[in-house]
Design a protein around this ligand. Structure first.
Ligand code: NAD
Length: 497
């Protein structure tokens, strides 16, 4: 079976070529379907379809757009099991986790349903004598949204929903590893009443992305993915004069202070480190144990790690599924295999996990815990993006702060403490975009925006929520005067009050 594009409301194959990319079920290694990779004529068709839909969509009343958002929420909520199964089959995450992803995606649909408020402008009466000024928000035009494999529904919903609510038309280019959720979402939008051509799903790889970056017909780029690609996309899109936000990878630290509740901290480290097999941009990948609690904390984390059951997505006993590809499995395995060579200690080895009940062709690896990790070791310096939790030991809070602030990634971080003053100091001094105080995965709720700092985000606008409406609109300021006939005069000076 082929996963085709959705262009102008209909399922569309390529015009010229039959280029495809295989999709695998990570739990079995089975080649389950193929996704079409767009050729040039098909890319042009998608852009033309988005352009053709733009005038009517940007003129569509806010109340009608809002109604579509409410309807979309209803469709996704009532059919979430269907979407969850599509996500899990191609991604490998448990059904519970897929439902979690859908819920977090829906938060932005709910936020966008209030678009009449978010699209409101500003008005200042009597800015100068007899002069009023108002500012409105207008859509950018055709925008492209390029999304990663790890949240095949949530990240598209974070981007496209706001772009559409703001009056733009969209080309969504999902990950070729798990593209089917994007098609499901496009069908749900259509059923919610979205006119054809407003949302187009264009499947493809790097070449399609490059095309979208280069063409002047696409006005803005939203990207989420790995840091090297985010950085390249930011510079190409900027050079092409486009508005761009490019969210990259992460290395999220969780500081555990000596006064913390160690059981709660160990629970949090396990949940945030191994949920979705560590394939979350907000996963905790380094626990920073402060002071003399390190041995006790590691013991608690190790004990809990051994209770994790590896399995397939639809088995209710499964805590953790496979990773996304065979290449990813091999990469993760190498980090664990080489950790000791670099001076760290592997205290839990995911390669030893019981896999007898699993398909040997699946991309499974159990949780790994690597202790005594420090900067300079590959398992610390690089984003592993798998079920590997590193432990770094430091003497005091100042060293923990220094370690995190020296790291080039700055997506999320957390501190576990019972002391309000330490928590406050951390909140103020840490150079990271999203911070949790006794919360290990501080993904902001839909009414706030999401984004990291440094190498975790290129651009100045965070995603979804209020900043997204800012990203997907241009402000226009209008100055108005209605002079009486005898008030008019020639004045070559610069306007003053
Ligand atoms: P990826 O960078 O490989 O791919 C992301 C998207 O870019 C895909 O649609 C892919 O087709 C496209 N792409 C891949 N290589 C490209 C290239 N050279 N040029 C242009 N386009 C290219 O990322 P992934 O493996 O799909 O996702 C995992 C990564 O995403 C991790 O690094 C993770 O931390 C990051 N991520 C970040 C966030 C965040 O909010 N900061 C959220 C989710 C995932």
């Amino acid at each position: 079976m082929i996963v085709n594009h959705i262009i102008n409301g209909v399922e569309s194959p390529n015009f010229e070529t039959h280029s495809t990319s295989p999709i695998y079920n990570p739990a079995t290694g089975e080649h389950i379907r193929d996704v079409v990779l767009a050729d040039t004529a098909t890319r042009e068709h998608a852009i033309a379809s988005a352009e053709a839909a733009l005038p009517a969509w940007r003129a569509t009343g806010m109340a009608k757009r809002s109604h579509i958002m409410f309807k979309l929420r209803e469709i996704i909520t009532s059919r979430s099991e269907e979407l969850a199964r599509i996500i899990s089959e191609e991604h490998g995450k448990t059904l519970a986790d897929a439902h979690g992803e859908i819920t977090r995606g829906l938060e932005n649909v709910e936020f966008c349903a209030g678009l009449t408020h978010h699209m409101k402008g500003e008005y200042l009466q009597q800015a100068a004598h007899g002069i009023d000024v108002h500012q409105s928000r207008q859509p950018l035009g055709v925008v492209a949204c390029i999304t990663p494999f790890n949240f095949p529904a949530m990240v598209p919903l974070w981007m496209i929903t706001t772009a559409i609510a703001a009056g733009n038309t969209v080309i969504l280019k999902p990950s070729e590893k798990d593209p089917s959720a994007a098609n499901w979402i496009a069908a749900a939008f259509r059923d919610a009443g979205l006119p054809d051509g407003v949302l187009n799903v264009l499947h493809g790889d790097q070449h399609t992305v490059e095309y979208l970056l280069e063409t002047p017909r696409v006005k803005a780029i939203s990207f989420v993915g790995s840091t090297p690609v985010a950085k390249a996309i930011y510079s190409s899109a900027s050079a092409a004069g486009k508005r761009v936000q490019a969210l990259g990878g992460a290395k999220n630290h969780m500081v555990v202070m000596p006064d913390a509740d160690l059981d709660a901290a160990a629970d949090a480290a396990i949940s945030a480190g191994f949920g979705s097999a560590g394939e979350r941009c907000m996963a905790i990948s380094v626990v920073v144990a402060v002071g003399n609690i390190a041995d006790e904390l590691v013991e608690k984390i190790v004990q809990r790690a051994h209770q994790i059951t590896l399995g397939v997505y639809d088995d209710p006993k499964t805590d953790m599924g496979p990773v996304i590809t065979r290449q990813s499995l091999e990469r993760i395995t190498t980090f664990v295999a080489e950790a000791e060579k670099h001076g760290a200690t592997v205290v839990v080895d995911g390669r030893d996990w019981d896999r007898t009940h699993l398909n040997p062709n699946g991309y499974f690896i159990g949780p790994s815990i690597i202790d005594h990790v420090s900067a300079g070791m590959p398992c610390y310096d690089e984003e592993i993006f798998g079920p590997v939790l590193c432990i770094a030991r430091v003497d005091n809070y100042a060293q923990a702060l220094e370690m995190i602030n020296s790291n080039p990634y700055a997506n999320g971080t957390a501190i576990f403490t019972r002391d309000g003053r330490t928590a406050r100091e951390f909140e103020v001094g840490i150079e990271v975009g999203m911070v949790g105080i006794n919360v290990p995965i501080p993904v902001p709720i839909g009414a706030f925006s999401f984004g990291g700092w440094k190498n975790s985000l290129y651009g100045d606008t965070h995603m979804y929520g209020p900043e997204s409406f800012h990203f997907y609109t241009r402000r226009k300021v209008v100055t108005t005067r209605w002079p009486l006939p005898d008030e008019s005069q020639i004045n070559l000076g610069f306007p003053t009050n």
